[in-house]
Design a protein around this ligand. Structure first.
Ligand code: ADP
Ligand code: MG
Length: 243
């Protein structure tokens, strides 16, 4: 599993409430994997475990071959994350914001400048480098955030519902861009969403419902003779899942 993600028998609860129940799946290096589930399915909880905000009650996670339980430092060093809530200084320019975060990663000087230029270039944001974050539209702010997550050259990128609040055209632009990053750079992507139109026919797809995986495979195979939207509804109908 060098380069990818391996989640092995992970469970997590909040008090009595079981949010993830014995979740296992693997994403191979360079794949775009959608983690699809309705609100409350457990997507953000899984991300909290993958980023070690929480330590799982049971099970383990490997990031690019490093165990999060046994070797958290090495595992986290290989990880880039885009959370649901943006965290920028709106009064600083795009470049200053990225410089600040580069410094937090221990990057400085010419090396940081080069990485920032590369990351902005990859996201089609090079000409926005000297604009204040406040002046950017929602789509460009998201792109800035994705650029930031790539500064330390991670192997694995996690994005938690990264298109929330964006209009349809911007949503499509960002979705396609991240698909291309996976295809062209070998970056492994785990993209949490509840929107089936962000998923392409050849994508890896893991469907999460009430804390359990209800489908895992290539999206067009999971859809079968239904549209992916109809398949998703059929898989996540609200009869009780045995806990
Ligand atoms: P998703 O991101 O798929 O919408 P979450 O991981 O946020 O799902 O939530 C999964 C379940 O865990 C939901 O039932 C939610 O209400 C519950 N939950 C999430 N965070 C907490 C928390 N801090 N305390 C208690 N319950 C929580
Ligand atoms: Mg969530």
């Amino acid at each position: 599993m060098v380069g990818g993600i391996k989640v092995s028998r992970v469970s997590h609860g909040y008090g009595q409430k079981q949010a993830l129940i014995d979740v296992s799946f693997e994403v191979e290096k360079g794949a775009f994997c959608a983690l699809l589930g309705p609100n409350g399915a457990g997507k953000s909880t899984l991300f909290s475990l993958l980023t070690r905000l929480f330590v799982p009650r049971s099970g383990d996670v490997e990031i690019a071959g490093a165990s999060l339980g046994r070797d958290p430092r090495q595992a986290l060093a290989r990880l880039g994350v885009v959370f649901q809530q943006p965290t920028f200084d709106m009064d600083l320019t795009v470049r200053r914001n990225l410089k600040y975060f580069a410094a937090l990663q221990g990057l400085s000087g010419k090396d940081a400048d080069r990485r920032i230029s590369d990351a902005l270039e990859r996201l089609g944001m090079a000409e926005r480098a000297n604009e204040k974050a406040r002046a950017l539209n929602g789509g460009h702010r998201r792109r800035m955030e994705i650029a930031r997550s790539l500064l330390h050259d991670p192997s694995v990128l996690l994005l938690d519902e990264p298109t929330v609040g964006l209009d349809a055209a911007t949503r499509r632009g960002i979705t396609e861009h991240v698909h291309e990053l996976a295809a062209n750079t070998g970056l492994t992507v785990l993209w949490a969403t509840h929107l089936v139109d962000e998923i392409s026919a050849g994508d890896r797809l893991v469907v999460l419902h009430k804390g359990q995986i209800v489908a895992d495979g290539i999206s067009e195979k999971i859809a079968g003779d239904l549209s992916l939207g109809d398949r998703f509804l059929a898989l996540t109908k609200s009869e009780e899942v045995a806990a």
